[in-house]
Ligand binder design. Structure first.
Ligand code: CA
Ligand code: CA
Ligand code: CA
Length: 388
């Protein structure tokens, strides 16, 4: 039998109408975008994981350095007289055990400032001149025979770290910033800037983090060996390297994140560097929230590239070396020191002038990009949330 195909038959053969074609193209388009969407999600997860890996390594090196301060025996120049029993003090020594412990705490904080900088001023300023109450009894009384001889009771003795006692690492970091080794005398603030005229160096938090890690040993070698070349860069092209997150942005750090909300900042868990509670806030009953252990913050701005937290002081740059003790009058009842009393306070701006905890210091939320919200902080990746 012969079958003839007519024109009509050919037209009846299965084929695609325009509508069908458009439908198929649309479906393929949707599926493609779904695949791309899934891939984008996977890439984001991979970037987050990679960044966490880098921050984990930075955290381990920084925390090892931080722990070393607990057992550190800082060198400090003390007049021998202050360590001898004094007749007028009924045989006590002028620099009593409690003041000795306070001195150690203040010097440790100053050493952390100089050896683990997170801002230029940490390096620009030499050691602070430390003031402590010498020639007083531990209960705050001044011995009668001394009262008239001293500038003000209780006498605040000035102690300093001589240039030869300054740790070598501080001088190495000064050289990174183009500043010479420390030769000048210890610093008693505040005065005008002590930075050399014509000096224009600037190293930011991310770059200091790099230099600190570069100067650290870890598990028997240089800590830098734990990082791949892709984890390091120079995004602002100033010759100072930074550690990078997976999006290519610098990883910043805050040594004393006194106002960063995190499970590590447990108010009421005393400062591990001050086991005897010699920070003046412990003496003052109206200060309800006592100083707590500050865990350094190592932080990436995350996928959106926006930190939205504070890295600097509210009204002026924070200069730890020139801080005065805030908010406490020269009141014998408080056993608080007269003002001015200079020493590096890690909790700057976390307390207000009345000693209330206001948490407006470093690490507090701040609308950095000016979009009206602090949502940019939500996707940040840092060493306080590595276990989440
Ligand atoms: Ca740089
Ligand atoms: Ca962010
Ligand atoms: Ca914002």
């Amino acid at each position: 039998m012969i079958i003839r195909l007519t024109t009509t038959d050919r037209l009846r053969r299965p084929s695609f109408t325009l509508v069908e074609l458009l439908t198929v193209i649309a479906i393929i388009g949707i599926m493609t975008s779904m695949v791309l969407f899934v891939l984008a999600g996977a890439q984001r997860d991979a970037y987050v994981a990679r960044t966490r890996g880098t921050i984990q390594k930075l955290h381990e090196v920084i925390m090892q350095r931080w722990e070393e301060y607990r057992y550190r025996a800082p060198k400090i120049h003390v007049q021998q007289d202050w360590l001898r029993p004094q007749l007028a003090m009924r045989g006590q020594v002028a620099l009593g055990p409690r003041e000795g412990a306070r001195l150690r705490m203040i010097v440790l904080r100053d050493l952390m400032r100089m050896e683990m900088p997170d801002r230029m001023s940490d390096i620009e300023y030499p050691p602070t001149i430390y003031k402590i109450a010498a020639f007083t009894f531990d209960n705050g009384e001044t011995p009668p025979n001394y009262a008239n001889d001293l500038p003000y009771p209780p006498s605040l003795a000035e102690l300093s770290m001589l240039p030869r006692e300054v740790p070598g690492q501080y001088n190495n970091l000064r050289q990174r910033a183009g500043l010479g080794s420390l030769t000048s005398n210890p610093y008693k603030g505040p005065v005008a800037s002590i930075v050399p005229t014509g000096y224009s160096g600037s190293i930011n938090s991310a770059e200091w983090l790099y230099y600190i890690i570069a100067a650290s040993n870890f598990q028997g070698g240089s800590a830098l060996e734990y990082f791949r070349p892709s984890e390091v860069g120079d995004t602002d092209d100033d010759g100072h390297l930074e550690f990078l997150d997976a999006w290519g942005n610098p990883i910043w750090w805050i040594r004393w994140p006194s106002s960063f909300e995190s499970p590590y900042n447990i108010y009421g868990a005393p400062d591990a560097m001050d086991p005897l509670h010699t920070d003046w806030r412990w003496n003052i009953s109206s200060v309800a929230d006592k100083p707590w252990t500050l865990v350094p913050l190592v932080i990436s701005s995350g996928p959106d590239g926006i930190f939205d937290i504070k890295f600097e002081g509210s009204s002026s740059p924070i200069i730890y070396a020139t801080q005065t003790w805030r908010g406490f009058t020269d009141s014998p009842a408080h056993k608080a020191p007269p003002i001015p009393y200079f020493f590096p306070d890690p909790y700057v701006e976390a307390y207000d002038n009345n000693g209330n905890l206001v948490k407006q210091g470093l690490g507090a939320l701040l609308d950095q990009d000016g979009d009206g919200s602090t949502d940019g902080s939500a996707d940040n990746i840092h060493n306080h949330n590595l276990t989440e």
